[in-house]
Design a protein around this ligand. Structure first.
Ligand code: FRU
Length: 471
């Protein structure tokens, strides 16, 4: 009997220009690459329900990072090497072939979901649509001896003629770490050891998921999603975080010397990032626009979760900044409405803003951005206090606020992308970013309140609601 994907029963929260599954559950972005004229993005996917389940790789491609075509599922679990799931991984292009690297997940079938083992596998494709699992899988059959059964999410890159694979893992002493393998042919891999490890359990975590490694603006970056970092007052408040270390890799000794962990996005809904290099050399990142503890009311409608917008990463003053890729201008369906507003108490910036891009800037002052529904109830608010340079984000469906900071600055610049039930807020060219899902039965109206009467330059564009096409 062939199973059918879960049906979509209501479109009220469906996104207009973010990659999501046709129906069903999604989590991490996987296999992000540029291949034969298309960007390809895959994602952890369970097509048969709106809950996490045996992981498949859902798939979409785009010529411009803006218009996405949903493609047939790229990888299905169930082969001996990936019996219970094709977990996260990456892609690399070599000699006109796309290679996918992923973790095979296996339960011992004793009813204990923590009793599992993992291995690393490869699949390949010439057309970027149909994938063949490598006949000699697995390419790495088990974890190193000083590791627990947690080792997964291979990210592969090439450096000076050698291929490297970094894996998230947990050492036997219970600390998270990233381990490195090398290969000449992508098929046989040698273990090089641990490149970096948590300095302490509560500060840097017990398991490092989804590592990504790249060179950017003169530094090496280890981007990762550690589990088990303890919340601090206004930091690390999601169940798990995505963040990064800036440092230097010594490929001879396979050691990464690095500074402290920084969170990449301050919102409730951001995890498990993956990057690729665009043909013009930009480092582009996708994240999962959700978190394990997020509510995801769209589950009632037959789907759950989406990817963030593609964002460009840069290193600025030792920190990563994220900005929406410039290609997203192609989402605009009008010329934009630019106004100089005199803002004081709850001044309307945009109404019916269900698919909208909003840019505004103002001289630095206390400022509150609010999304309100048709009944004038707050859906979401972002309060900025000039004295402390701090932002506090609140949402109507949770008591838990999220916090961000910026360097002191004369100007406050906001750049928002609203898409039915998501908003991505980029402040001061990506110095602080909040990624949020919100759920409202009406289209939000966006207001700004400032402490004193302030002149605000604002531009509002309506955006496409059909940039992702599904079969
Ligand atoms: C991160 C993660 C990965 C794993 C995948 C399974 O969100 O836990 O480590 O490969 O999700 O879906």
């Amino acid at each position: 009997m062939t199973k059918s994907p879960i049906a979509l029963t209501n479109s009220r929260y469906r996104l207009g220009y973010h990659v999501a599954a046709p129906t069903g559950w999604i989590n991490d972005p996987n296999g992000f690459c540029y291949f034969k004229g298309y960007y390809h993005i895959f994602y952890q996917h369970h097509p048969y329900s709106a809950e996490w389940g045996p992981m498949h790789w859902g798939h979409a491609r785009s010529k411009d990072l803006v218009h996405w075509e949903s493609l047939p599922i790229g990888l299905e679990p169930g082969s001996p090497e990936d019996k219970d799931g094709c977990f996260s991984g990456s892609a690399i292009v070599k000699d006109d072939i796309m290679y996918l690297f992923y973790t095979g997940h296996h339960y011992y079938n004793d009813g204990d979901p923590d009793h599992f083992w993992q291995n690393q596998n490869m699949a390949y494709s010439e057309d970027g649509i149909h994938f063949t699992k490598y006949e000699n899988n697995p390419i790495i059959d088990k974890e190193p001896e000083d590791n627990t059964h947690h080792y997964r999410d291979p990210k592969v890159w090439e450096h000076e003629g050698t291929y490297y694979m970094i894996l998230g893992s947990q050492e036997n002493d219970g600390l998270g770490r990233a381990i490195l393998y090398a290969s000449q042919d992508l098929k046989s891999w040698d273990y090089l050891g641990s490149v970096s490890k948590a300095t302490d359990l509560k500060g840097e975590g017990f398991m490092w998921e989804c590592p990504d490694f790249f060179h950017l603006d003169g530094k090496d970056i280890l981007l990762l999603s550690p589990q088990g970092i303890d919340p601090q007052e206004e930091k690390y408040l999601n169940l798990y975080q995505t963040g990064y270390f800036v440092g230097e890799m010594d490929y001879q000794t396979a050691k990464f010397t690095r500074g402290e962990f920084h969170e990449l996005d301050k919102g409730h809904d951001f995890y498990a990032t993956q990057t690729t290099l665009a043909p013009d050399g930009r480092r582009i990142v996708f994240g999962w626009m959700a978190m394990w503890e997020s509510h995801m009311p769209e589950k009632e409608d037959g789907w759950a979760g989406a990817l963030t917008l593609p964002r460009e990463l840069r290193l600025k003053d030792g920190k990563l900044v994220m900005t929406p890729v410039k290609e997203l201008e192609a989402l605009r369906v009008d010329e934009g409405k630019t106004e100089t507003l005199t803002v004081s108490d709850a001044t309307l910036i945009a109404k019916d803003a269900s698919h909208a891009e909003i840019l505004f800037s103002l001289p630095t002052t206390d400022a509150t951005l609010t999304f309100k529904d048709a009944q004038e109830q707050d859906i979401l608010s972002l309060v900025y206090t000039a004295e402390t340079n701090k932002f506090v984000l609140r949402r109507n469906d949770t008591d838990e606020a999220r916090y961000g900071t910026i360097q002191a600055n004369d100007t406050l610049k906001y750049h928002l992308f609203i898409d039915t039930s998501s908003v991505e807020i980029f402040i001061n060219d990506g110095e602080t970013v909040f990624t949020e899902r919100y759920y409202s039965e009406s289209k939000p109206a966006v207001y700004l309140t400032t402490a004193n009467e302030t002149s605000v330059e604002s531009t509002v564009y309506q955006l496409k609601a059909d940039a992702v096409t599904y079969p």
